[in-house]
Write a protein that binds this ligand. Structure first.
Ligand SMILES: Cc1cc2nc3c(=O)[nH]c(=O)nc-3n(C[C@H](O)[C@H](O)[C@H](O)COP(=O)(O)OP(=O)(O)OC[C@H]3O[C@@H](n4cnc5c(N)ncnc54)[C@H](O)[C@@H]3O)c2cc1C
Length: 614
């Protein structure tokens, strides 16, 4: 089609619509077929599921495996671990549910062809750490995608989903989604009885450290554009723990992973003067968080805290001591292979900066914050729990159903459940799918209705940036700065700057307060006003525009949550300068938000944390 005309509308009916074909989406698609033999299962993905999502480039370790067949860990142990790491606040029912099923997912991966390393002495999977097993994982994603492809009735690649559709016959029930094909421009209307959102986490919310020639490089996938949050938020689904953004300690400039270095190669860190520094910050941290600093393992955020403070005290940079471990040729191979299967860019950065880790201890740094629900962090949608395990207050329907009927989620989408990683996300997709199939069967013939007026109005809104550009471009003869439209890159950089300076990014050393957050909300509102003036040169830029829209809505959510929680629960992830201490008396709770798209208002509330496991 020409960009500005001849656009087709493609209608797709499904029983179950899976949005996002990453780890969780592939798990959801696979399991939907298992329980719903005769159902129409559709997976829609903005890239191509063969190599999409955070696992696109491969992984070197599966970070969530209990090893129950060998009695290595039990699900209860994993809940205790995640609870400790998140400073007490996790949905134990959801975490337990994943942990009890995750091993079977990993066994499937192996059956489907994923090479898992074995310990030559025991014959068991080679452990990298207590929860991690090592894999030759360059092809992890294609292997998982193949299972989803075979299970789906149809996979629609290259469709960016922009909005969910609601049922016109029943309040608060989802009815489908709309989006556009990023290659042909066709408009897609999906009608579905149940929708499972699996659209990954969010990078490029906060200003990244990598700028200039490094622009675009981030730790989390640059295409993780917050759709997992924006889509449910738009239709009024409650979100939880959106303030719990994550900051990662990674190798400098390439965001290379450190897990295998710490856990397998037993490397350790020093300050710029070759000194141990963590113990120096013990009293300071204890004064902020009490006995959480005495827990084992020390929570991830608190390890960041020591690094951030040591560098701020003028004793940086922090370095990983690799010179000793790399004298062993086996360790040297593992150290390099760790990047080659997962973050090849780090190896390239070291080569370009003359860093041979056998001769030079490489620098570490703390990243800009990211929003996600599957790593050492638990932002996302508030979901109903498993019926045999969740407390009554956490159950209002089907497992992993959000507070909107028929709307399910998994992976980065679902909040309160940290440390699920790739295997846990896939497993949660399976769990959500099983419940969604039950939901579809229970509603029987009561097919949700979509409004033609609603999707035609959305169509106009979705493509408007192409029109803005076409008309506005005539007002300038050269360059990219126009009096009548903003380009998506300009909007993105403005968003990142606001979040960075007001909501606790790198430029303020992760510090914010109520005054800054309120001003940040005002600036985000001004950016929101300008979104109707976005100009998109082509379909690629149209996708960037909608990704920005999703990032902006998620950022508003993050800022409201950060403002609401009047404490510093996770020093090292962010600091509330006006409430510097952890406050268990008032804030040992989840924060919940609900956005009203009619008024643009956010309602905040607290929800109790139930400790089910001793
Ligand atoms: C650098 C890095 C290292 C990691 N290391 C490990 C590790 O060592 N071990 C481990 O187990 N885990 C690791 N993880 C974590 C793991 O990758 C995630 O936990 C997992 O991928 C989350 O699954 P998900 O399905 O929620 O998101 P993803 O796998 O990211 O999938 C989201 C999908 O949604 C699609 N999508 C997004 N928006 C839209 C839209 N609007 N319309 C249509 N489709 C959309 C995306 O293209 C993508 O395919 C790592 C992640 C990263 C980034």
């Amino acid at each position: 089609m020409g960009l500005f005309g001849g656009r087709k509308t493609v209608f797709v009916d499904a029983d179950i619509l899976v949005i996002g074909g990453g780890m969780a989406g592939c798990g959801a698609t696979y399991e939907s077929r298992y329980w719903g033999r005769d159902l129409k299962i559709v997976c829609v993905e903005k890239a191509n599921i063969e190599r999409s999502g955070a696992v696109a480039q491969g992984l070197y370790a599966i970070n969530c495996y209990m090893g129950m067949q060998w009695g290595e860990n039990q699900p209860e142990d994993h809940v205790r671990y995640a609870r400790n790491d998140l400073m007490g606040l996790v949905r134990e029912d959801l975490g337990y549910d994943i942990a009890r099923h995750v091993d079977s997912s990993v066994h499937k991966f192996e059956e489907w062809g994923l090479p898992i390393m074995k310990d030559p002495k025991t014959g068991r999977y080679q452990r990298e750490g207590k929860w991690q097993i090592m894999i030759h994982g360059e092809s992890y994603k294609p292997i998982v995608a193949e299972a989803a492809r075979k299970a789906a009735t149809e996979v629609y690649n290259r469709i960016m989903v922009t909005h969910l559709l609601m049922d016109t016959g029943k309040a608060n029930r989802v009815a489908g989604a709309v989006g556009f094909n990023v290659r042909t421009g066709d408009f897609h209307v999906f009608r579905a009885k149940a929708v499972i959102v699996c659209a990954g986490g969010a990078s490029h919310i906060f200003q990244p450290r990598a700028v200039g020639e490094g622009m675009g490089r981030t730790w989390y996938a640059p295409w993780s554009s917050a759709s997992a949050y924006a889509l449910p938020i738009q239709v009024g689904a409650k979100m939880t723990q959106m303030e719990n953004r994550i900051v990662l300690t990674r190798f400098k400039d390439g965001y290379g992973p450190v897990g295998a270095y710490f856990l397998h190669l037993k490397t350790y860190t020093q300050n710029g003067y070759g000194e141990e520094y963590e113990s120096k910050w013990y009293d300071n941290t204890k004064a902020l968080v009490g006995d959480y600093i005495d827990r084992h393992p020390v929570p991830t955020c608190l390890r960041n805290h020591a690094i951030i403070q040591e560098v701020a005290a003028g004793r940086g940079p922090i370095r990983m001591v690799t010179k000793e471990a790399f004298q062993d040729p086996h360790n040297e191979t593992v150290g390099w292979e760790n990047f080659l299967g997962m973050t090849i860019g780090q190896a390239v950065v070291w080569a370009s900066q003359n860093i041979d880790p056998k001769q030079t201890n490489p620098e570490l740094t703390t990243s800009e914050p990211y929003v996600m629900g599957s790593h050492a962090t638990c932002s996302g949608a508030w979901a109903s729990g498993p019926e045999d395990y969740a407390p009554a207050e956490y159950q209002w329907g089907y497992n992993r159903m959000m507070t909107v009927d028929g709307l399910f989620g998994a992976g980065d989408t679902i909040g309160g459940t940290a440390h699920k990683f790739s295997s846990g996300s896939f497993t949660e997709g399976r769990i959500a799918a099983k419940a969604a199939v039950k939901y579809v069967k229970d509603i029987g013939q009561a097919q949700p209705q979509v409004s033609e007026r609603e999707y035609r109005d959305l169509e106009k809104e979705i493509y408007q940036p192409l029109e803005n550009y076409r008309v506005g471009r005539n007002e300038i003869t050269a360059g990219t700065v126009s009096p009548s439209y903003l380009l998506p890159i300009h909007g993105l950089q403005r968003l990142e700057k606001i979040m960075d300076e007001y909501a606790g990014g790198i430029s303020t050393n992760y510090m914010t307060n109520g005054v800054l957050l309120n001003r940040g909300l005002e600036l985000l509102a001004m950016l929101r006003e300008d979104m109707s003036h976005m100009g998109a040169e082509d379909l690629h830029q149209l996708q960037r525009t909608w990704e920005l829209n999703h990032r902006l809505l998620a950022s508003e959510s993050v800022t409201h949550h950060t403002l609401f929680r009047e404490e510093t629960r996770w020093p090292g992830y962010y600091y509330r300068g006006d409430h510097m201490k952890l406050d268990d008396e008032n804030w040992h709770c989840f924060t919940l938000s609900r956005y009203d798209r009619n008024t643009g208002m956010w309602a905040m509330e607290k929800a109790p944390v139930y400790h089910i496991i001793d």
